[in-house]
Design a protein around this ligand. Structure first.
Ligand code: ADP
Ligand code: ASP
Ligand code: MG
Length: 440
C-alpha cells in the first residue's frame, strides 16, 4: 500500500481538492491531508488573540475563515444534499472554535483549535469522494497517532492501533487521515509541530511497511536551490535519505526535517510530486547515492554564532563536555561546531536563553556573539576521498566573508556560515558555479 500526503496548497481551493480527488482515485492507499492553505496560520492567529484575552479580535478571524469555508463548500459540491452536509460540517467546527472565545484559554485549548484545520479538510475530502461515488473511509488520526512522554511519536502504539483500524475497514480501498494532529502521552489533543503532516505520512509509512510514501506539493520535487530566493533552479531527480534529511533540516521547506528518519529506518522510498503537474517525474528519495555529485543547496536563517576563546582549552580534557553541558542545561541545541587549539565556535538557532548561556560560558574565556547569520548547506556525495568538491564550494563563495566552515560530520554535506545580508548572493553564486557551469 502507498501513503499519499497532500499539503495545504494541494487542498487549498475547491478546484485543487477536485484535482486531488482525481489523483487519489488513480492511486488508492492511505491519504494524509494537511489543512487548507492559510488555515493553520489563521488558527494560530485566533489563539494569539485568545491568549491576549481579545475575543473580538479572535471572532473577526473566525468569521472570515468560516466564510472562506462556506464558499469552499459551495464550490466543491454539485448535489444540494452534499452541499448541505458540507455546510453543516463547517458550522459544527466553527461553532466549536467559538466556544473557546468565552473561557480560559491555555495551551490545551490552543491545540484543540489548531487541530480543526486538518479535521475540516479530511471531512470535506471524504464527502467530495463520496459525492463522486468513491468509497472512502476516514481513519481518525486522534485514534492512532500518539506521542510519548518525551513528545516523540510512539511507533509501537501507532503500528498497533493503525493496523487494527485498517483491519476493521479491510476493503475500503481509500483511507483518508489527518496529518499533523495526534494525541500526547496523556491522551490530550496535540500536534507534530508546524509542517508536521509530512511526518505523519512517514510515520504511517513505517507503521504499515508502505511500498512508498508520496509527498504531493506545489512544486515538481526538491530543487537544487531554494526557488524562493534563486531563479533558474531545477529539480533533483534522486536523493539519498541522508541528503534529503540535511536539506530539509537546513531549510528546504518542501520537506519537514523529521519526515526522513522513519522512512530511512524502514527503507521506504519517499517520492516528492507536484499536484499542479502530476505527470512530472519529481524526486525519489531512497538509499541510493549518485557518485561524486553535488546535488543541492539550502539555507537556514536566524542563526547565532558563539565563539569561546580560552587559554585553558590548550591540552585540557573535558573542555568540550563542559561547554556543551551549558547548552544542554538551557535546552538549546547546537547546529554547527568548529574548534581550534584555543577556542571553539558553534551556532544555535534558538537564542531564547542566549544571555544565560553567554554568562556561563564566560567562566571559560572570552565570549563573542554574532547574530543575524545564515547556515548555507551544500549537499551531495561528499566522501572525503572524493576530491575537488570543497574547492568548488569555496571558489563559488570567494567574494563572501565566511564566518565558519564545517565538513567531516557526514559524507553528505559541507556547511558554511555567512551573514544574512550575504545569503542571497551566496545562494545565487553557488547555483552559478555548482549547477550552471560557471568556471572562473
Ligand atoms: P506543503 O504545503 O505542500 O507542505 P510547503 O510550502 O511546505 O508545501 O513546501 C513547498 C514549498 O517549499 C515550495 O513551494 C517551495 O517554495 C519551497 N522550497 C524551499 N526550498 C525548496 C527546494 N529546495 N526545492 C523545492 N521547494 C522548495
Ligand atoms: N497544517 C499544518 C501547518 O500548516 C501542518 C502541515 O501543513 O503540515 O503547519
Ligand atoms: Mg510542508
Amino acid at each position: 500500500m502507498k501513503v499519499l500526503k497532500f499539503g495545504g496548497t494541494s487542498v487549498g481551493s475547491a478546484q485543487r481538492m477536485k484535482d486531488v480527488a482525481d489523483l487519489i482515485r488513480k492511486t488508492p492507499g492511505i491519504v494524509v491531508l494537511s489543512a487548507m492553505s492559510g488555515t493553520t496560520n489563521s488558527l494560530v492567529e485566533i489563539s494569539e488573540y485568545l491568549y491576549r484575552k481579545n475575543p473580538d479580535g479572535a471572532n473577526e478571524i473566525i468569521n472570515k475563515l468560516a466564510i472562506k469555508y462556506y464558499e469552499h463548500a459551495e464550490q466543491l459540491f454539485t448535489a444540494s444534499e452534499y452541499r448541505q452536509r458540507a455546510k453543516e460540517l463547517v458550522t459544527r467546527h466553527f461553532d466549536y472554535i467559538r466556544t473557546f472565545t468565552k473561557d480560559l484559554f491555555t495551551l490545551f485549548e490552543e491545540r484543540v483549535v489548531l487541530a480543526q484545520g486538518e479535521l475540516l479538510s479530511t471531512a470535506m475530502m471524504n464527502l467530495c469522494l463520496n459525492e463522486q461515488g468513491v468509497g472512502s473511509v476516514i481513519l481518525p488520526a486522534l485514534d492512532y497517532m500518539r506521542t510519548n512522554k518525551n513528545a516523540e511519536p510512539d511507533p509501537v502504539y501507532i503500528r498497533e492501533k493503525l493496523n487494527k483500524l485498517l483491519e476493521e475497514h479491510k476493503n475500503a480501498g481509500i483511507y483518508i487521515t489527518q496529518g499533523y494532529i495526534c494525541r500526547n502521552a496523556y491522551g490530550e489533543i496535540d500536534n507534530l509541530q508546524r509542517g508536521g503532516s509530512d511526518y505523519t505520512a512517514s510515520l504511517i509509512g513505517a507503521a504499515i511497511h508502505a511500498e512508498e510514501v508520496q509527498i504531493w506539493t506545489d512544486i515538481d520535487g526538491m530543487h537544487n536551490n531554494d526557488p524562493r530566493f534563486v531563479a533558474n533552479t531545477s529539480p533533483v531527480r534522486r536523493l539519498h535519505f541522508e541528503e534529503a534529511a540535511e536539506l530539509a533540516y537546513f531549510g528546504a521547506k518542501i520537506l519537514h526535517p523529521t519526515c526522513i528518519l522513519p522512512a530511512k529506518l524502514n527503507n521506504i522510498p519517499v517520492r516528492l510530486l507536484n499536484t499542479l503537474q502530476p505527470e512530472a517525474q519529481g524526486t525519489l528519495i531512497s538509499n541510493a547515492t549518485e557518485k561524486g555529485r553535488i546535488k543541492a543547496v539550502a539555507a537556514k536563517d536566524n542563526i547565532t554564532a558563539i565563539k569561546i576563546k580560552s587559554g585553558r582549552m590548550l591540552l585540557a580534557t573535558g573542555f568540550l563536555r563542559k561547554v556543551f553541558e551549558i547548552f544542554e542545561n538551557y535546552q538549546t541545541p547546537i547546529d554547527m561546531v568548529t574548534t581550534s587549539e584555543v577556542g571553539l565556535s558553534c551556532t544555535i538557532d534558538n537564542s531564547r536563553r542566549l544571555d544565560e548561556i553567554v554568562d556561563e560560558l564566560k567562566k571559560f574565556g572570552t565570549v563573542s556573539v554574532d547574530a543575524g547569520m545564515v547556515i548555507i548547506c551544500v549537499v551531495g556525495d561528499m566522501k572525503w576521498e572524493n576530491v575537488g568538491f570543497e574547492a568548488s564550494i569555496v571558489n563559488a563563495l570567494k567574494d563572501i566573508p565566511l564566518r565558519m566552515i564545517s565538513y567531516g560530520g557526514s559524507n553528505y554535506n559541507v556547511s558554511l556560515l555567512v551573514r544574512s545580508a550575504d545569503k542571497q548572493r551566496a545562494l545565487e553564486s553557488l547555483s552559478e558555479y555548482l549547477f550552471n557551469n560557471r568556471k572562473d
